[in-house]
Ligand binder design. Structure first.
Ligand code: F3S
Length: 404
């Protein structure tokens, strides 16, 4: 693999032991995947939740910190495994300690402590065409597709190594030829609800796996919220890292997303498929819901303001928890604006900087969950052994509340 003289210096140790250690990993991965060269990246988004990294991840981060590692590019971090009220939620002290160690280690390396899966809504906003190294499948799908920045699904370990070196092997979605659409998705729906965007993503992810889908039939008026939900669901039911939408996403506006080739095959999405998938995502057969989750992916300020309006004059029932997931920066701004206080008056609670999948929900002993997120509905039953009812936001609110 061709290395520049600066990269050779980094590898030889003249930029310090931490850079040498991280660079060795970046180069090794590049060699395995037969990269011809490295590319410079302009930001990173890493995983540091104990629920996934475990002790091996802590050991790796500790080694980097001991060697004096610092992020070379702006670096944000995915949600943590630890809710703020972890003691009340029966999370063992030992588990909490491990996540706190990861807070400490990432902070020492200069990672921005925002702990969110929507870094593009919290200050880590790449430009079109920029190379970045992001983990978090939903953020990867969003940034490749909606923003047009370039990243693969960067695995843990390589993500922080990229942050420290500012380099990644030039492979996968960094290359033009790997960003071409492969499967045509014809969306034949007269109207597409917010929930349908999740469901469409779920259906498509299951069918296309790692291929790049190209959607036809999604209106230009779709919101960023719709696109982040579509991407997060497709990335979780399959491994979609990028999608195009004709007339909507930038690379499908600037040129033919199929690059004048024929799609491998076509999938049609109609009402019957939506209904079947919606039912499939509801695994709870008995009506024993004691938890409602909203905010997967993390809510933006706009979505939170909308939720405040929907909850107006309502009270959460005593036997139900209504948990809202968002980032620290959105939460803090919403607090300044009085949105948080209005929502909390209803009895709804915020779970800031964490996530229903990444946090150990199984410790809490919930019997059943309702959610408006296809990703949650898809993953929580297997990850946490809690069955789910998948419904739109109106159903979630109406189930969890009574009028004041
Ligand atoms: Fe984000 Fe967790 Fe959902 S990382 S996309 S809130 S599963």
């Amino acid at each position: 693999m061709k290395l520049s003289s600066l990269e050779k210096d980094m590898l030889s140790g003249s930029h310090g032991e931490a850079v040498k250690f991280a660079m060795k990993l970046v180069v090794k991965i590049g060699e395995i995947y037969k990269a011809k060269e490295l590319i410079e990246i302009s930001s990173s988004h890493i995983l540091a939740h104990y629920g996934s990294l475990h002790d091996a991840g802590i050991d790796f981060m500790e080694k980097l910190v001991q060697l004096g590692a610092k992020c070379k590019v702006p670096t944000t971090v995915d949600p943590s495994s630890l809710p703020k009220d972890w003691k009340d939620l029966k999370i063992p002290e030992e588990y909490a300690k491990k996540q706190k160690t990861l807070y400490d280690l990432t902070a020492k390396m200069g990672v921005i402590q925002n702990w969110s899966c929507t870094p593009y809504e919290c200050g880590n906003v790449p430009r079109f065409g920029q190379n970045i190294a992001w983990a978090e499948s939903s953020a990867v799908a969003y940034t490749n597709s909606v923003i047009g920045a370039r990243t693969n699904r960067t695995p843990a370990g390589l993500d922080i190594s990229a942050a420290i070196t500012g380099r990644m092997p030039k492979i996968g979605l960094y290359l033009d030829q790997n960003r071409i659409g492969e499967i045509l998705i014809k969306v034949n729906l007269s109207e597409i609800s917010d929930l349908d965007y999740h469901t469409i993503g779920y259906i498509v992810g299951k069918e296309v796996g790692t291929n790049i889908p190209v959607f036809h039939g999604i209106p230009k008026s779709c919101s960023n919220y719709n696109l982040k939900c579509l991407g997060s669901a497709a990335a979780s039911s399959g491994a979609v890292s990028m999608f195009h939408i004709i007339g909507v996403t930038p690379e499908a506006i600037m040129c033919d997303p199929f690059n004048h080739k024929k799609p491998k095959y076509t999938i049609e999405i109609d009402n019957s498929k939506i209904e079947k998938a919606t039912n499939e995502l509801s695994t709870l057969k008995k009506d024993v819901i004691d938890l409602v989750t909203i905010g997967c992916p993390h809510l933006s300020l706009e979505e939170l303001a909308n939720l405040k309006n929907l909850l107006k004059d309502k009270k959460i029932k005593k036997d139900v928890k209504f948990w809202i997931y968002t980032s620290q920066s959105v939460y803090s701004t919403a607090r300044e604006m009085g949105i948080v206080q209005e929502i909390e008056k209803t009895g709804a609670e915020f779970q800031v900087q964490t996530c229903p999948v990444i946090s150990p929900l199984y410790f809490y002993g919930f019997k059943g969950m309702m959610t408006n997120s296809a990703k949650n509905a898809n993953v929580v039953p297997t990850e946490h052994n809690i069955n789910v009812i998948y419904r739109n936001i109106f159903n979630c609110i109406s189930f969890a509340t009574k009028r004041e």
